[in-house]
Design a protein around this ligand. Structure first.
Ligand SMILES: Nc1ncnc2c1ncn2[C@@H]1O[C@H](COP(=O)(O)OP(=O)(O)OP(=O)(O)O)[C@@H](O)[C@H]1O
Ligand SMILES: [Mg+2]
Length: 307
């Protein structure tokens, strides 16, 4: 059964290619430079909660994020150009002239075109959830935009909302208006980012519904390459989106999502909100989380993750 074989497998917390320059260690990915123009993204099994990386990883999470993103990059390339060059380890080794086999990186490595990142998270929301639901209850708005009265938690919005936010290295991202986005990056680029984000979201939502999945919201990042906008980072994964099981969708309450919810629930029960040190997670919480990531992958792609 999907997910079961992972019990007991070890998470990979710090994937690297010896000899390649390491540019950045993110919360989830280690990033190597491959020459001037390309990056090698290595997705670890690291997991963060309340903006802190937890001491234990979730086995297979990195492979699932990488392969699910690659699936969507291929599916949406006709809509928006993206950074994907290859997510196949044998091919990446060839393209990047990596001699060591490093088979442990198989599935979690992505070779991409390096872009000049635009430090904005382009969020599209189709449903009322999370911080959006909190704001709506307090002020009847979503990212400052008025919404009709009477909506419940989890309800679909009258139409998807584009709610960009500034990326903030200290964690919490700050919502900005589309006018502010235009002032930051220029009106033309701002329009392109909104149009691309909406097209990606709408297209993905439509496909995911045929597979029994609701994509409640999703975040996209863009960069510039030779003056043109390209989609970068990860897309339409459980880390960048809220995925809900359509069969269990019930507006009027919080929805079950295919992500690190078992971890969040456990930490909330402990009363932990991000202070150091982070607590250890019980094996069953980790196994439940791995199983959620596997379910998201197989539901969307129609296939279990390769061994
Ligand atoms: N093609 C690309 N060109 C330049 N930067 C990229 C590209 N693709 C992804 N990135 C950046 O690489 C990093 C990916 O690492 P990771 O997902 O671990 O980051 P993170 O901890 O989520 O950090 P952040 O908060 O910056 O997103 C992100 O900062 C992302 O913006
Ligand atoms: Mg990230």
């Amino acid at each position: 059964m999907v997910g079961m074989r992972d019990e007991g497998s070890t998470p990979m917390l710090d994937p690297r290619v010896p000899g390649l320059p390491l540019l950045y260690e993110g919360k989830v990915r280690n990033i190597h430079a491959v020459g001037e123009d390309r990056l090698l993204l290595l997705a670890s099994d690291r997991l963060s909660a309340f903006d802190r990386v937890l001491p234990m990883g979730v086995p297979d999470k990195g492979r699932i994020l990488s392969q699910l993103s690659a699936f969507w990059f291929r599916r949406t390339a006709h809509l928006v150009p993206n950074h994907l060059i290859s997510a196949s380890w044998p091919e990446i080794r060839r393209l990047a002239a990596i001699e060591e086999p490093l088979n442990q990186l198989d599935g979690r490595a992505t070779l991409v075109t390096r872009a000049e990142r635009i430090d904005v998270e382009c969020v599209v929301r189709g449903y009322l959830a999370g911080s959006g639901w909190l704001e709506y209850q307090a002020s009847g708005t979503l990212a400052g935009l008025p919404l009709p009265p009477g909506l419940r938690e989890g309800d679909a919005l009258p139409e998807p909302a584009f709610t960009p936010a500034i990326k903030n290295d200290r964690g919490h991202d700050e919502n900005i208006s589309v006018e502010r986005l235009a002032a930051l990056v220029g009106a033309d680029l701002a329009r392109q980012m909104e149009t691309a984000s909406r097209a990606l979201y709408t297209n993905a939502v439509r496909y995911a519904l045929t597979r029994g999945m609701i994509i409640a919201d999703s975040k996209f990042e863009f960069g510039l390459r030779d003056g043109r906008l390209i989609l970068i980072d990860e897309i339409l994964t459980p880390d960048s989106s809220r995925f809900w099981d359509a069969a269990r969708y019930q507006p009027g309450s919080a929805q079950v999502s295919f992500d690190k919810q078992p971890v969040r629930d456990y930490l909330t029960k402990l009363g932990w909100h991000g202070e150091a040190p982070a607590p250890n997670l019980p094996a069953e919480v980790i196994a439940a989380t791995t199983a959620r990531y596997h379910s998201a992958y197989s539901l969307i792609t129609g296939q279990p993750l390769d061994d």
